[in-house]
Write a new protein. Structure first.
Length: 607
């Protein structure tokens, strides 16, 4: 037999032992087949089959049992477009095409598989360690118990009692079981169960309807199916080979849903997701065109999406390698809930709905889109009334705020901060018990800084600010113009000294620095007016120019009452001491200063 197969296949083939018994049993041991490049293709330690000789004489193939132990099948191709290395075997045993349909009548009572291995490699494709890769598959420890009660041209009755396998990327299928019964018009999958290490999916019955076997040629459009899951659960860590970000996710999430339609017109109802009674998702969804995911359109109506502090802790510890607790801002918000709609494509969709928390309610209408090069983009509107900033910030000085903002933003993986364009109004803002009216913001938050304008028009303050700030850089940057008019600190609850105090001032600033001793730049204070019940003060101009180097600091002050130039190695905290020490050199009769003043090299010029 081995020599005949070698001749037919034109490749190296060996069989260790063949045993025939009573004309209805065959046992083959130590089968080895090489591909046409003289590389190992198939090894089988033991293959045995028992068949019904009488049924065979009637034209039926009835196999009582098949045992396939210790097999190793190695499939490969040089590139995605090349031939499979076992194509020559398929070609050798293929029958010539005929217009007459092949009559099928097959029965296999029991197929047992043990210690199986199966690999598939596209040799010129890159590998991905620890990540599922369809170009490099390595299935190990394949165990199966399958029964094919009947397979004919117009019907099937089969069951998988058990199928388990591991894949080199880390995927482990502990158990797959199901029963399938079908004819020319419909099929049922019964008792469907999938078990992963920490996950379980159960379906009582899945029904498929189609107009003949040819419908499977257009499966996405012509095969309708419906199912209802039984109580199931998943631990996303079981899917980390597909999504590496799930690798820390160890805890279970319970879920259930009903599904019906075709692949290209799919309807999900009764979606129910529950994580330890602290995170809930409930709703319905429709997906059109799923056979082409890039063009698939999604519409989801969420009747409930809620998460409390324990739910936030659940997500954080399962998505993070180090769990240090829930951030205080999320603790203060307590339970966060959203209900609304999500519609669009997987990489370009709109969310519309209401977001609720202890702080209040925010209405959202935001469009999200993702791009491999540009990252995540979003645009839309946020509105809120009586949103409690005290709860959000933990600062009791803040109270309620009403706002209406248009936002346009972008975030990609290479950015530490998002880029957000913000335009809108704050109609009410409580601070220290005072309610401010009419704030307008129009600016861009980019690279951790803000560039734009801010306007406050209140009966006790008129403030205009135009320019840019960035506190996040190693050396913070400031370049702005500010105008303050009719500013009354007392009614604003900023000062308790004089209820009649009012002042105005204009400021132009362009400087950098993260402390007063490291300032570089210029600050101009103009048109300063300060009036109280018993005092009136004005200052036309006060200009400060500072320069810091590794060797010394330089400070120039220019105003209508004081002109000064100071340079040297000094700190502004000890500057008065430096001036005092220099003055004592020329005025020795000055009293000794009560504090121990540090001597530094300073050059001082006063005009």
């Amino acid at each position: 037999m081995a020599s005949e197969l070698r001749s037919k296949l034109q490749t190296e083939l060996s069989i260790g032992k063949i045993n025939m018994g009573m004309l209805n049993r065959i046992i083959i041991e130590d089968l080895n087949i090489q591909d046409q490049d003289q590389q190992d293709l198939l090894k089988v330690a033991r293959l045995s089959a028992r068949f019904d000789i009488w049924e065979l004489l009637k034209g039926k193939i009835s196999i009582n049992s098949v045992q396939l132990f210790g097999f190793d099948l190695k499939l490969n191709k040089q590139s995605a477009d090349d031939r499979l290395n076992m194509q020559f075997i398929i070609d050798a045993f293929s029958k010539p095409q005929s217009d007459e349909p092949t009559r099928i009548n097959l029965r296999v009572n029991s197929l047992l598989v043990r210690r199986g291995k199966l690999s598939y490699d596209v040799l010129d494709a890159p590998t991905t360690q620890g990540k599922f890769n369809t170009s490099h598959l390595q299935f190990n420890n394949i165990i199966a118990n399958i029964s094919l009660k009947a397979l004919q041209n117009d019907s099937i009755n089969a069951s998988i009692k058990r199928l388990s396998v591991t894949e080199s990327s880390g995927i482990e299928l502990k158990k797959l079981s199901l029963k399938v019964v079908g004819n020319r018009e419909q099929m049922q999958l019964q008792n469907f169960e999938v078990n992963l290490p920490q996950s379980k999916l159960e379906i009582d019955t899945m029904n498929l309807r189609y107009a003949g076997v040819t419908s499977f040629d257009e499966f996405a459009d012509q095969v309708e199916f419906s199912l209802q899951t039984l109580p199931s659960h998943i631990s996303l860590g079981d899917l980390s080979a597909f999504v590496p970000g799930f690798k820390n996710f160890k805890e279970r999430v319970d879920f259930g849903l009903a599904l019906k339609g075709t692949i290209n017109q799919l309807s999900f109802t009764n979606i129910n997701v529950n994580a330890d009674e602290h995170l809930y998702i409930q709703g319905n969804a429709n997906i059109d065109g799923l056979s082409n995911p890039k063009e698939a359109y999604l519409f989801t109506k969420l009747s409930r999406l809620s998460i409390d502090q324990e739910g936030m802790a659940f997500l954080i510890r399962n998505f993070s390698s180090e769990f240090t607790g829930v951030p205080p801002i999320l603790e203060r918000l307590e339970t966060i809930a959203f209900n609304g709609e999500l519609s669009g494509y997987f990489n370009d969709f709109v969310t519309y709905g209401i977001l609720r928390s202890k702080a209040g309610t925010v209405r959202t209408d935001i469009k999200f889109s993702s791009d491999q090069d540009k990252g995540l983009n979003y645009s839309g509107r946020l509105r809120a009334e009586k949103f409690d900033l005290d709860v959000l910030t933990g600062n009791p000085d803040f109270g309620d705020i009403d706002f209406n903002f248009d936002v346009v933003g972008q975030r990609n993986q290479n950015q530490n901060f998002p880029n957000v364009k913000l335009l809108g109004k704050i109609s009410n803002f409580d601070f220290r018990g005072y309610n401010y009216d009419e704030m307008t913001i129009d600016g861009l938050y980019k690279n951790g800084g803000f560039d734009g304008q801010f306007l406050l028009d209140d009966e006790n303050a008129l403030v205009s600010l135009l320019g840019s700030f960035n506190f996040t850089k190693t050396i913070p940057e400031f370049n702005f113009k500010a105008s303050v008019d009719r500013f009354r600190p007392y009614p604003l609850h900023i000062s308790k000294r004089d209820e009649d105090a009012i002042f105005s001032v204009d400021v132009v600033a362009d400087f950098t620095g993260n402390s007063i001793d490291l300032l570089n730049g210029e600050i101009n204070i103009n048109n300063l007016l300060y009036n109280t019940s018993d005092l009136s003060y004005s200052l036309d101009n006060f200009k400060i120019k500072a320069e810091h180097t590794d060797q010394e600091n330089n400070l120039i002050i220019d105003s209508n009452f004081l002109k000064a130039k100071i340079n040297g190695q000094y700190s502004y905290q000890t500057l008065w001491g430096s001036i005092y020490n220099i003055s004592k050199t020329y005025l020795p009769h000055l009293p000794r200063h009560s504090k121990n003043l540090k001597r530094v090299r300073t050059t001082l010029t006063l005009k």
